[in-house]
Write a protein that binds this ligand. Structure first.
Ligand code: HEM
Length: 475
């Protein structure tokens, strides 16, 4: 099958890289006060937005919009060719909250941003820099441009910790990522058959390219009069202006991690009969919940103890090597977030892996540590991921795999690491012979502090959104 040529100059850089050389980041959220002035300010910033081609040397900035933001900028997109329902109604739609598990203490009404009790977020600027001082200077520059016209007001600044390999619970993160077909790394991986399993069609992450079904993922198309200036690429057949081309959807969730509760629970669960602690057993139970050891070594290849030599090992499946979960428990976080070759109807087959490729996400999160608040420490993950179809990718993983208490034939067993506990009893089972071990009543370790769905447009689409042409006439 032919491989699509990717138009990297027109994609925002976050699609092709996580900016790992830019170790400091902040996320600024804005609300629109005046559409025309907001467009003018964003138009000034647009030429500085980082594209997907070259590694940016010192700083990078990307821009994303909520559906309310797009509408307020002056664009109503009617009809079935608009944005998908989940993006339009947003992450905090009541049905969606139930679906995502955002109930109880995770409900949007308690969120610090993005919820119904906080001001509406319209625009997100993602800023990256090589060092902390550089980030401070860059933020000042971006604010100067964005706030100059008075059309936008800053609502929230979310800082991050300096990028390291570890997330706040202490595990190596960012190991397993799908490789976008058409990018050099994917071409190299194809030569190696197992690593080739990680190569996923570009259309799963970028709009306008074939996806894993061999189709173009639904995307916003405009009738030609909306784009009389011809700023947007034309869709197939030249009958539409393609607002989606080279764009993606960005899922943003601020996930607080209760590090003390996590390790405290593990300490108690592995205490010896004489009451003394057993650090080795504690670390092994933590690793079983994740599916990897703190170094990153996967349990399927290192079932008994950590092996830092395997820290970045991603060359494994589950069905052929560990069908019954004796090495990596069936309910471990990574085994449910990407079941690899274990999916029905024919686990172990190429078909099973192909089904899994329809539910992949590009993770782009950054850890944060805001220091102590009221005696507790506020640490966690700004979970960011990119996908072309929020409902088939992010929401499916979250609902059908992570939060599902019956995943993989289990019961009462949502994800031990990240799932909310408000709706279910939460059990974690370590499969073993002759007897499995069940850990009952797991507390909640991760809570939601905020979130929203954003559209990360291609650069021509960004230019179009910030231009006045056709917008004011529609309003
Ligand atoms: C605070 C919350 C979370 C923590 C601490 C966490 C931690 C981790 C860790 C340590 C890994 C293994 C390292 C790696 O492969 O990169 C991992 C993998 C992964 N996580 Fe999470 N995660 C969190 C939330 C989520 C959420 C909400 C999702 C999706 C809805 C998710 C999806 C994934 C995926 C897809 C993988 C890769 C699995 C694989 O391909 O083997 N994670 N996570």
């Amino acid at each position: 099958m032919t491989v699509a040529t990717l138009d990297l100059n027109d994609m925002q850089g976050l699609i092709t890289r996580g900016y790992s050389t830019l170790r400091w980041a902040s996320f600024l959220m804005f609300t629109i006060n005046n559409p025309a002035s907001a467009r003018a300010a964003l138009g000034e910033l647009t030429p500085r937005v980082t594209n997907g081609r070259a590694e940016p040397p010192d700083t990078a900035v990307n821009l994303a919009f909520t559906s309310d933001g797009i509408r307020l900028l002056g664009l109503e997109i009617p009809g079935p060719d608009g944005f998908p329902e989940e993006f339009v109604s947003g992450m905090t739609d009541p049905n969606r909250s139930r679906f995502l598990g955002d109930t109880g203490e995770n409900a949007p009404r308690y969120w610090r941003w993005g919820g119904p009790t906080t001001p509406p977020v319209h625009i997100l600027a993602l800023l990256y820099a090589r060092d902390e001082a550089g980030l401070g200077g860059f933020e000042a520059e971006v604010r100067q441009v964005v706030l100059a016209t008075g059309g936008l007001a800053e609502l929230v600044r979310l800082g991050t910790a300096e990028l390291t390999e570890r997330e706040p619970f202490g595990f190596r993160d960012g190991i397993s990522q799908p490789l976008i077909e058409g990018m050099p790394k994917a071409t190299a991986a194809r030569a190696n058959t197992t690593a080739g399993d990680e190569v996923v069609k570009a259309g799963e992450f970028v709009l306008g390219y074939p996806n894993e079904y061999g189709l173009l993922t639904d995307r916003p198309l405009l009738s030609l009069p909306h784009d009389s200036a011809g700023l947007l690429p034309r869709g197939p057949g030249g009958t539409d202006a393609d607002l989606g081309y080279n764009g993606s959807y960005l899922v943003f969730r601020q996930l607080h991690q209760d590090v003390d509760a996590f390790w405290g629970y593990l300490d108690e669960a592995t205490r010896r009969p004489d009451g003394s602690g057993d650090p080795a057993a504690r670390d092994a139970l933590a690793a079983r919940m994740v599916g990897r050891w703190p170094s990153g070594a996967p349990l399927v290849h290192a079932p008994r103890q950590d092996d830092p030599a395997l820290a970045t090992d991603n060359d494994f499946g589950y069905f052929s090597t560990d069908r019954d979960g004796l090495s990596c428990p069936l309910g471990a976080h990574i085994r449910r977030a990407n079941p690899r070759d274990s999916l029905d109807p024919r686990p172990g087959s190429a078909e099973s892996i192909a089904i899994g490729r329809r539910h992949r996400i590009l993770r782009r999160g950054r850890a944060y540590a805001d220091g102590g608040t009221e005696g507790g420490s506020e640490r966690g993950l700004h979970f960011l991921c990119l996908n072309a179809n929020i409902s088939r990718q992010f929401e499916f993983i979250q609902h059908t795999w992570l939060n599902n208490p019956n995943f993989n034939g289990l019961y009462d067993s949502p994800d031990p690491l990240v799932a909310p506990r408000s709706n279910h009893r939460s059990t974690f089972t370590e499969q073993a012979r002759p007897v499995r071990t069940r850990h009952l009543d797991l507390p909640q370790f991760v809570s939601v502090r905020g979130g929203a769905y954003f559209f990360l447009p291609g650069l021509r689409a960004l230019h179009f959104l910030c231009s006045a042409t056709g917008k004011d006439e529609q309003r």
